[in-house]
Design a protein around this ligand. Sequence first.
Ligand code: ADP
Ligand code: MG
Ligand code: MG
Length: 508
Amino acid sequence: FLHRQACVDFALGALTSRAQYSRINPQAMRHEELSEDEIGPLVDDAVVWANQHGLVVALKDPNFVNPELAVVHAPLSLTPVPYPRARFQLAQQVMPLFNQLVDAVAADEPYLESTLRPAAAHDAFTGRLLGTLAATRDARATLRAARREVVLGIHRSDYMLDEPSGKFLQVELNTIASSFGCLSALMTRLHNYMASRMTSLEPGRLPANPALEHIPDAIATAADSTGLRQEGGVVVMVVQPGERNAYDQQWIQLGLWERHRLRTVRMTLAEIAATAKLDPATATVTLKGGAPVCVFYFRAGYTPTDYPTETEWAARELIERSNAAKCPTVAYQLAGTKKVQQDLAAPGVLERFVPDSRDSGLLREFFAGLWSLDPRDVATDPGVAAAVADAVARPEAYVLKPQREGGGNNLYGEELRAALRAGGEQLSAYILMQRILPPANRSVLVRNGQWSQGETLSELGIYGTFVRHGDAVLLNQQSGHLVRTKTSSSNEGGVAAGFAVLDSPYLV
Ligand code: ADP
Ligand code: MG
Ligand code: MG
């Protein structure tokens, strides 16, 4: 299944396959054009390198006896995408501030309640998370008083370079199941290898990507803080049944073992509900066989379909009550909602959580235009009303977002216009956002061993890791990056969803 077959980009339809390849800005570096004859062998090399180094996803081919164990290289871009160095470095620098912001917002539960209540009235999932926050409040206060509160943040702040302003504008801040960190670090290594093969690429322009080390190290720091490791404590990775991106996750498991001798158990929420026991006196959760859990690390639980029955919610609540470190807590998950993102952008709100005006000014450099669609705000705030009117007139300049994660949920164009025209209370569960307009590149996209080239857009993610034990912040840093590249014609770019490929930044 890895034989090479040049094909015209399916997603771009009529776009002709061009012999000339000119992705990298010619002013910024020695430019080299690749002919189709040159691309083919480079693609073969990239695919072999990816397979040799575990830059892979599950193949999920039902013809294999065990489809979970058959792998194929991750969807990838042959060469990196140019980004302005100063802006990229600024995005790295502010990541600890975003980590702190999440921690401060999550700590203000009355703020989460009041900001999310109108959205929750029309979004049962958000409502259920708020309910879990309230139901566990006393248990969490007890843990805090006993100095057993350990919080672990593994975030990814996503940006697109906005061509009109020249700034990276934040698409969203993920506080739960921020994925692809490990495969992305391998992607950086792959592009380093490609740079060694192509005179047009300078390896020094590929920034270091420490996600493969930082993510397991953050989990281990949290595990150590719980005091449960001496008793044989393990990490539980909360996973979805049938995950295709399990290899990204397994890199974290391998890092936990090789770097920290920490064992990871992969469990679904249903399995946790069925087998894990919470000791009411100590709040320690033990698994069948007796091992205590020091960290619950979620790579599931971010979407309503992860909770098909009450059983899964019971597991979530058990985790929230436990003395294990949680990545994330319910409060962290709520702090990462689109509604909170929008509310923080309103005048004066961010500043309540980030008192230093230099810091808040720096964070605001990354904020796109964001507006509430709560009918009360539209009625009372002339700025909001003007934005809604403009979005009806020019829907292509906006994105309409519900309180969802995982891609494929936003509304664009005519659908956006129709939703705004229809109006109503249910729009409280949505936010309106300025459409970010990234520059187009040309890329060679490789999936399933086949390549295609076309016009593409890219999204940058910066990882942040954070550990707090009581009042002591033990870790707060920038922890690597991800670039996802999608064909220009698609609105959303999920790698797992099959729209995008993994890529990496090239600083110019
Ligand atoms: P999710 O949590 O589902 O990933 P996102 O906010 O990241 O939600 O939206 C999904 C995708 O939609 C993004 O990866 C991006 O491709 C596109 N998108 C979201 N917001 C914008 C925006 N303001 N401008 C342009 N594209 C956007
Ligand atoms: Mg998200
Ligand atoms: Mg996203």
